[in-house]
Ligand binder design. Structure first.
Ligand code: SAM
Length: 385
């Protein structure tokens, strides 16, 4: 089959973007101005049109961004090592992966767990995007049958009690955020209105969201702009309240709240990705570019407290992967130098401070599991949260 003419592709991207823009303006006409969180939710997840809900999101080298599981299988192999510690200790353990992207992590992780002889009872994927679910199903269909049979897609968090692991890589950064500004010593909420184009307005927050912000006890200067995930504890409770025994592991780019709301970071962390280029124009390329914000891990830890989860570990991705022996998973340089070289390059991307090593963090939240997790044996920086 011949490749699609790039001008045709550009045209269909533009008309796709226009269709979503129309949908958002219709929402504004119907409801009046909308919060930035509502705008971001539609831009990313509007059924059939949002960036993640349509076929336009692009993972990998040829797309908009590359995630750790898309670099190769080292990340998943290390995680499998961490999962093994839990799987052998917890009765009838399952894995629940949130936002599985292309399904690459699930694929590599199950292969590795099979080699380690520690398969879970089931591997559930909770994915909000129907399009990505299809992509994941195609990928998982290439696994050996006994592994395929473990994977199940769910539309809602598990309704019955379960034990095991809840895992999410780069999902928390994809949750819609509220944008705020400090004005006259009050928090003002960014609202999006329409006047021949999208425009921003700043208004008082509804009481509950204002309270969420005040609870953070931030000391910010006039004019400071940043963001936060609204109702984070509710989201965490929804996915974890039926976890009887086990661990929640989130990997994402972010900081503790002191660094997140640093006086110098006074324009927030919101960023868009389009074909590997970062930009700050969330009103352009609607539906065909990613919009994301860094994660405030202190907020995640506070949400965990509210959900009866104990915060067990917090460290950089580099330290986590080194604790799990990434350096021993490179293969034999003499037997297969090409593979060894590929793995070394991948390890550098995952662990070097100027690549993903420091920017990405891992947080572990547990319920009724008291053993120290292997991934934090090299370093645990809970004191930062
Ligand atoms: C940046 S991608 C990361 C994909 C994958 N985990 C990876 O590392 O390649 C974000 C993923 O989270 C999914 N997602 C966003 N919000 C979600 C939610 N509330 N529950 C489950 N998945 C969600 C998106 O559809 C997408 O699959």
């Amino acid at each position: 089959m011949s490749q699609q003419d790039p001008t045709i592709e550009q045209h269909s991207l533009a008309s796709h973007s226009l269709a979503l823009k129309k949908k958002i303006t219709e929402q504004i006409e119907e409801q009046g101005d909308i919060s930035f969180a509502q705008y971001m939710q539609m831009a990313l997840y509007q059924p059939g049109l949002g960036y993640y809900s349509s076929g336009n999101h692009k993972f990998g080298q040829a797309g908009d961004f590359v995630t750790a599981p898309e670099l190769g299988d080292l990340f998943a192999k290390c995680m499998a090592q961490q999962f093994q510690q839990l799987i052998v200790k917890i009765p009838t353990p399952i894995i629940l992966e949130l936002g599985a992207g292309t399904g690459q992590f699930c694929y590599d992780c199950l292969l590795e767990l099979d080699c380690l002889n520690t398969l879970p009872e089931k591997y559930y994927i909770l994915e909000v995007s129907a399009d990505l679910q299809d992509r994941q199903k195609q990928k998982i269909a290439t696994l050996p049958m006994h592994l395929q049979q473990l994977v199940c897609w769910i539309q809602q968090p598990l309704a019955e009690d379960f034990n095991g692991i809840i895992f999410a890589n780069e999902v928390v950064d994809a949750l819609a955020v509220e944008v705020f500004k400090v004005e006259d010593q009050h928090y003002k909420q960014m609202r999006i209105a329409w006047d021949d184009g999208f425009i921003q307005q700043w208004q008082h927050f509804p009481i509950q969201l204002d309270a969420e912000l005040l609870n953070k006890n931030l000391d910010l200067q006039e004019g400071y702009v940043s963001e936060f995930i609204p109702h984070l504890a509710d989201w965490l409770a929804t996915i974890s309240h039926n976890l009887s025994q086990g661990v929640v592991l989130f990997v994402d780019y972010g900081y503790d709240s002191k660094a997140y709301y640093h006086p110098q970071r006074d324009e927030g962390t919101l960023v868009c990705y389009f074909q590997h280029q970062a930009n700050f124009d969330y009103f352009s390329n609607i539906g065909i570019q990613d919009i994301t914000a860094f994660v405030d891990f202190t907020a995640v830890a506070q949400a965990a407290d509210d959900c009866r989860l104990s915060v067990d570990g917090y460290t950089s991705q580099a330290h986590f992967l080194i604790s799990l022996g990434i350096q021993d998973k490179l293969g034999d340089s003499e037997a297969d130098y090409e593979n060894y070289y590929k793995n070394t390059t991948e390890m550098k991307k995952l662990t070097m401070p100027n690549e993903m090593g420091e920017k990405f963090k891992v947080i572990a939240l547990s319920r009724n599991f008291n053993e120290e997790l292997l991934g934090f044996s090299f370093s645990n920086q809970l004191h930062l949260l």
